[in-house]
Design a protein around this ligand. Structure first.
Ligand SMILES: Cc1cc2nc3c(=O)[nH]c(=O)nc-3n(C[C@H](O)[C@H](O)[C@H](O)COP(=O)(O)OP(=O)(O)OC[C@H]3O[C@@H](n4cnc5c(N)ncnc54)[C@H](O)[C@@H]3O)c2cc1C
Length: 612
């Protein structure tokens, strides 16, 4: 390979689309978390040529790299997309912001850096959709979780100060993507964590990666050598060991569609990122495979715009049909947030705390000086490192069985969008059975309280919602208009039933454990809001249907269950096209999503190499 290219780092970065080779073995659409992981693995033996086409650009500003606080990327509009969702009828017709990374490295470059794995049952459930022999299981994925991360244990001082449990056997040490702990943490967290143990049924597992429920400390995606964000770009793109002339990257390019010869995917059509029409469209060919990694919001858009999607939607948009794949853009899931009361701890003897880092100028100046001197202290904390991941049995010992029973008895079509395809309904029926089982399992988490370490707390995430949304191309403009994103929040009544249990449980945590000695006063919705209908009204007014963990829009499920990809991650009905990003997860793990995305991508790379 000898294109006119400049090697800024180790992947060969093409400065212009004119420098592209006419043909690559593999083309990866989206240089995000999954895309760069797969690109790195496919190019490491030097046998295959790979092109990554990414809509964002290389960006190494402080909003990408800064660890402290965790969310500088989220608020930087130059490296994120921000789409308004369809107004949510379940949320008083509010539209909510759909945000993800639009930068080389994708959402791993803007996320909150919390590294969590979910429960064993989550991955066994995925495999069970295909049958007992599936290699998608906890045991099947564990080697990929280990391969995906380079684990650095917490310091002995942190371990003894906070009673942190960890077991390095659940982790690996060879990846360039790092999982590490801060060098400092907020003193109140010791008590906040211990207080979970005052609640019957809450365990303290041996490691955050052991696949169990309970209260635990977990690492963040931070490189401990530099105390900068560790993510897919440094991990799988610029820190690779030698320049790879077979690994090409072209940034600032918006992929519009995949082109087919018959049923074989052969080319990718793209335009410069700022183009508003197709006049500058060009294409590049793939010999072996086109690999979709544009994330759960844009992978379904590109597939639909390419003719792979629900027939009626494509007809409406005037997109020629390549294969009727009703699951593309259905089965959309994310984890609701802001769904439990928040409390102010009015008798608070712990100093410093999380709020000092926000409000106390003297403390902030000291923390900055300490970080500048040796990269330690409060500024080494990202968005948090501990909390609880608890089963419905723990949350509501009285009602979990009734909730599961009522959910299981639902007509699977009843709460899906009108006109949902029969196969997609069958897929939901299978999920309904599996999720009802999870509701009854003490080894599956429904509720997550993530702790920040301040005098005010109340950040709760619902891990396994039952409502299903959609991501569809805008029929008026499939290519340039953002996709229509509809969470269909609270469309399944089981979600409200579960969420109504989160309020009394969270109150119990503050008022009936050792937390009570800190004189907690409820801030929102307020102690006088106790009737279910009032809590429901509050939920509908404040709930956000997303924790930025979208999945499921190109689900790995059997084809008769509305699946888009098979167990090898190949798109049904066509040849030479696969999906490797978060959209293949058939349902959510009981955790945040980045750790799983990396593990799935590592496995995807092996699957792709095995068919090379
Ligand atoms: C603000 C935020 C906070 C989060 N916090 C956490 C957390 O703390 N812990 C956790 O575990 N998870 C977190 N997540 C979720 C996690 O980061 C994602 O699940 C994961 O990174 C998704 O990886 P992906 O490969 O599926 O997609 P992405 O990493 O988003 O990659 C998709 C890539 O495709 C590119 N692209 C899109 N459209 C096109 C197109 N048309 N042409 C070319 N390229 C295109 C995008 O620019 C992007 O680079 C967070 C996510 C966000 C957005």
């Amino acid at each position: 390979y000898s294109p006119a290219a400049r090697s800024v780092t180790h992947s060969t970065v093409l400065s212009r689309a004119d420098d592209l080779l006419p043909e690559y073995d593999y083309i990866i659409v989206g240089g995000g978390t999954a895309g760069l992981t797969v690109a790195d693995r496919l190019t490491e033996d030097g046998k295959h040529s790979v092109l990554v086409l990414e809509r964002g650009v290389f960006q190494n500003s402080s909003s990408v790299t800064t660890v402290s606080g965790g969310f500088w990327g989220l608020i930087d509009p130059t490296i994120t997309f921000n789409i308004s969702s369809v107004p949510q009828t379940g949320l008083n017709n509010r539209s909510v912001a759909v945000i993800g990374g639009l930068v080389l490295g994708g959402s791993s470059g803007v996320n909150g850096m919390q590294v969590l794995r979910g429960q064993r049952e989550d991955y066994d459930r995925w495999g069970a959709y295909f049958g007992k022999k599936s290699e998608w299981s906890w045991e099947g994925l564990l080697p990929y979780f280990q391969k995906a991360w380079n684990f650095h244990p917490p310091s002995p001082e942190l371990v003894s100060q906070f009673d942190i449990k960890y077991d390095a056997d659940y982790w690996g040490s060879s990846s360039n993507v790092h999982a590490s702990f801060p060098t400092f943490s907020w003193p109140v967290l010791k008590m906040e964590m211990a207080a979970f143990g005052d609640i019957p049924g809450v365990e303290f597992p041996s490691d955050s990666g052991s696949g169990e429920t309970g209260a635990y400390w977990h690492p963040a995606s931070v490189d401990p050598a530099t105390v900068l964000r560790s993510f897919a770009r440094p991990g799988h793109w610029d820190d690779i060991e030698a320049e790879r002339t077979n690994y090409h990257t072209l940034t600032g390019q918006r992929v519009l569609k995949v082109g087919f010869e018959g049923k074989r995917a052969t080319e990718v059509v793209f335009v410069p990122g700022d183009a508003t029409d197709q006049s500058q469209a060009r294409s590049v060919k793939a010999k072996k495979e086109i690999i979709m990694a544009a994330g759960s919001i844009h992978t379904p858009q590109i597939l639909q715009a390419s003719g792979v999607g629900p027939k009626q939607l494509l007809q409406k948009a005037g997109v020629p049909l390549v294969v009727d794949s009703p699951g593309v853009g259905s089965n959309f899931q994310d984890q609701p947030f802001t769904i439990a009361p928040s409390f102010n701890l009015t008798n608070f003897p712990f100093h410093p705390d999380f709020y000092d880092m926000l409000l106390n100028q003297t403390f902030i100046a000291e923390a900055q000086a300490q970080f500048a001197a040796n990269r330690t202290g409060p500024m080494s904390i990202a968005s948090g490192n501990c909390g609880s991941w608890l089963s419905l049995q723990v949350i509501t010992p009285e009602s979990w069985e009734d909730i599961a029973k009522r959910y299981e008895a639902q007509d699977p079509a009843a709460h899906l969008p009108c006109g949902t395809d029969k196969k997609v309904i069958a897929g939901y029926k299978a999920q309904q059975k599996a999720l009802a089982k999870s509701m009854r399992s003490k080894d599956s988490a429904a509720y997550n309280f993530f702790l920040r370490g301040g005098y005010e707390e109340g950040s709760v995430v619902y891990l396994h919602p039952t409502s299903r949304g959609t991501v569809h191309i805008n029929p008026a403009d499939p290519f340039f208009s953002p996709p229509e994103v509809d969470y269909r929040a609270l469309s399944n009544p089981t979600d409200l039933e579960v969420l109504l249990e989160f309020t009394p449980f969270t109150r119990k945590y503050f008022l009936e454990t050792r937390m009570n000695t800190l004189d907690p006063v409820e801030l929102s919705p307020g102690a006088d809001v106790t009737a279910p209908e009032d809590i429901e009204a509050w939920l509908r007014s404040v709930m956000v249907p997303s924790s930025f963990h979208p999945i499921g829009t190109a689900a790995m499920l059997p084809q008769n269950l509305g699946g888009v990809v098979d167990e090898d991650l190949l798109v049904y009905g066509v040849k030479g096209l696969s999906v490797v990003d978060a959209s293949v997860m058939p349902d959510l793990p009981g955790s945040y999503t980045q750790q799983t995305v990396y593990a799935v991508a590592e496995k995807a790379a092996d699957l792709i190499k095995s068919r090379a």
